[in-house]
Design a protein around this ligand. Structure first.
Ligand code: SAH
Length: 248
């Protein structure tokens, strides 16, 4: 199957919208966004990308920030199924990559269970794009042979993660949704044995107009000295020291 073949009536394309700037869409994403009946998009999808929709296609926001995720997720799946059953050509547009902390898996399973035809178009995930914009290589031969992608929610009180094992296995940690819990994340990592002076970068709104990078240390983050805004990627480890801020 050609990934960029026209969507059929009654089909859903789960499409990654990348980090924000529309020029980072895949060719397939750009084509399908411009040729469908309805786009169901998340809050993080940029205006730039939505502007690529064809005149006349319906845009439905399915954002669920600050809401009750589980209840709303069920509604989103129902919406996708209903639209497909009504014979629409549907694009389900998600920030970054649909399968990286994007609940794309749940939507895929719901579509499959309802015997709806679907396809998946990967996107550039923020955990790679944001460090790149800041000039930080997520792997560097001199620093790391592994890296971990995590959600910042893991640092909450209910954390079941073995932080010591994590820091021993992964010299570089990339946190999604880490802005709010930044002090907790930093404290967990210090408790797990990372050095106070370990470098970290917080990249806010990567590829968008208000993109902004803060370079700091675990110690300062743990003390609550850094104000981080959502959406931000937090990257921790010595790759941050390899940074060249090429945009300047
Ligand atoms: N599926 C998405 C991630 C969704 S989770 C992906 O693959 O990128 C939402 C988190 O993604 C945000 O809290 C933030 O950590 C990150 N994020 C998304 N877009 C971003 C951007 N433009 N700049 C920085 N972080 C971003």
């Amino acid at each position: 199957m050609k990934l960029d073949a026209p969507i059929k009536a009654g089909e859903v394309a789960l499409v990654g919208a990348g980090p924000g700037d529309a020029c980072l869409l895949t060719l397939a994403a750009a084509k399908l966004i411009g040729d469908c009946d309805v786009i169901v998009y998340d809050a993080l999808v940029s205006e730039d990308v939505l502007n690529m929709a064809a005149v006349g296609s319906d845009l439905i926001e399915a954002g669920k920030r600050g809401g009750r995720p589980s209840a709303k997720q069920h509604d989103i799946c129902e919406t996708l199924i209903d639209l497909a059953k009504a014979g629409k050509r549907v694009v389900r547009l998600k920030g970054g990559d649909p399968f990286v902390f994007g609940r794309g898996g749940e939507e895929m399973r719901a579509l499959a269970a309802a015997t709806i035809r679907f396809r998946v178009i990967p996107g550039i995930t923020a955990g790679v794009a944001a460090p790149a914009m800041a000039g930080i290589p997520v792997t560097d031969r001199s620093v790391n042979a592994t890296l971990a992608f995590l959600t910042g929610h893991e640092a909450s009180e209910k954390s079941r993660m073995d932080w010591k094992a994590l820091t021993q296995a992964f010299p570089v940690l990339v946190f999604y949704m880490g802005a709010k819990n930044l002090p907790q994340i930093a404290n967990r990592l210090l408790e797990a044995g990372l050095a106070q002076q370990t470098s970290l970068a917080i990249i806010h709104a990567a590829t968008l107009d208000d993109e902004n990078t803060i370079i700091s240390t675990l110690e300062k983050a743990a003390r609550g000295e850094i104000t981080a805004h959502s959406p931000s990627i937090v990257i921790i480890g010595d790759v941050v020291n390899e940074r060249i801020s090429w945009k300047d």
